[in-house]
Design a protein around this ligand. Structure first.
Ligand code: FDA
Length: 315
């Protein structure tokens, strides 16, 4: 592990939880320029324009209305309303291939951390959004947050899938439990987005270094590709991208039986190269005013991003 991983990354991720840092950075005009690299904008029009660009280039999209860790029921309701408005606006994007539109939800934005009945409220809110998605032919995937939320999230996803079998979720290869979760969800035919994991986690639950996380990712990917579900390979890492094609061939998966996924603003040339080669590629597009936590996690993933941010502040 390099000095970035051991010394800087935990501090940057801790800043993701700091209200003071959040308020300060949201006041800097310079931050906005850098944030724009990773976030489509703050308004519905911004995200619809970004979606149209990606779709016109032959990519699929999944949209995240930014927000997390809500402890206020009214804010959770506002998040639901924002998703429903977004979904109802999707038909203005015109006829698109089936499955190309999706939203991604964070259960803590929908109330999971409310002091009372958080799990029940988050599930009801997710259900309202999923029903709205079904009306316009869009898919839903439930994002993964820190490890303390995994059991509740997976219970909610199992429950939603009884009524909406195509609801997907995210599994994080850095968690020691994830191979077992992959086996369960692959056997039940679920759509599973496999990522490495972006939160600061203790070694008791997560692999402490990148090599072990990468090995876990490859084991999980094999389980998903071999299973009965729909693997969504969420990684920008060339090793994982290559391994996905090799495993898809090994298990005779058709090109429409799995997909690559990458984040908005990261390796955009590679996204287009893969799409041109005939692979399915989906871009995760975040938008909204609550970009702080998402943005800090992107800084923590890569030393170069911190430099990029500091240079923008200086200039
Ligand atoms: P890795 O970090 O090894 O990066 C490989 C290469 O990709 C780098 O060398 C660089 O070229 C490029 N790259 C990666 N990150 C970059 C960045 N921030 N800026 C610029 N270049 C970068 N996590 C989570 O905990 N819960 C979730 O729900 C999700 N959801 C999710 C959806 C999708 C579609 C993706 C692609 C990712 C997530 N993640 C996530 C984030 C994920 O866990 C992980 O932190 C990042 O994808 C970075 O890991 P990579 O697999 O890309 O590899």
């Amino acid at each position: 592990m390099g000095a970035f991983d051991t010394l800087l990354r935990p501090g940057i991720l801790a800043a993701a939880r700091s209200d003071r840092m959040k308020q300060m950075s949201q006041r800097w005009a310079a931050t906005e320029r850098v944030v724009r690299r990773f976030v489509a904008g703050e308004t519905l029009d911004d995200v619809l324009a970004a979606m149209r660009r990606e779709l016109d280039d032959g990519l699929s999209v999944t949209v995240d209305h930014l927000g997390e860790d809500t402890t206020d029921e009214a804010r959770a309701e506002a998040a639901v309303a924002a998703y429903v408005t977004l979904l109802e606006a999707m038909p203005t994007l015109g006829d698109r291939p089936p499955g190309s539109l999706e939203v991604s939800l964070k259960l803590t934005a929908l109330g999971l951390r409310l002091p009372e009945h958080g799990s029940k409220i988050a599930e009801e809110n997710a259900r309202t959004i999923t029903a709205a998605a079904r009306r316009v032919g869009a898919l839903v995937t439930v994002d993964a947050e820190d490890h303390t939320t995994v059991d509740e999230r997976l219970a909610i996803v199992r429950s939603l899938r009884r009524d909406f079998p195509d609801v997907g979720t995210v599994l994080q290869a850095y968690l020691r439990r994830t191979e077992d979760d992959c086996a369960e969800f692959a056997a039940s035919g679920a759509r599973i987005r496999l990522c490495k994991g972006a939160y600061a986690e203790p070694p008791s639950v997560a692999y402490p270094d990148r090599r072990l996380v990468d090995e876990s990712y490859l084991r999980c990917l094999r389980i998903l590709m071999k299973g009965d579900g729909y693997p969504m390979v969420a990684s920008h890492d060339p090793t994982m991208i290559e391994a996905a094609s090799v495993l898809a061939d090994e298990f005779d998966r058709a090109p429409d039986g799995w997909e690559h996924q990458m984040l908005y603003g990261i390796r955009t040339d590679e996204q287009r190269r893969l799409a041109r080669s005939g692979a399915r590629v989906r871009v995760y597009i975040p938008y909204g005013t609550e970009w702080y936590g998402y943005f800090v996690r992107r800084l923590a993933e890569r030393p170069a991003n911190v430099g990029f941010f500091l240079r923008a502040l200086a200039g």
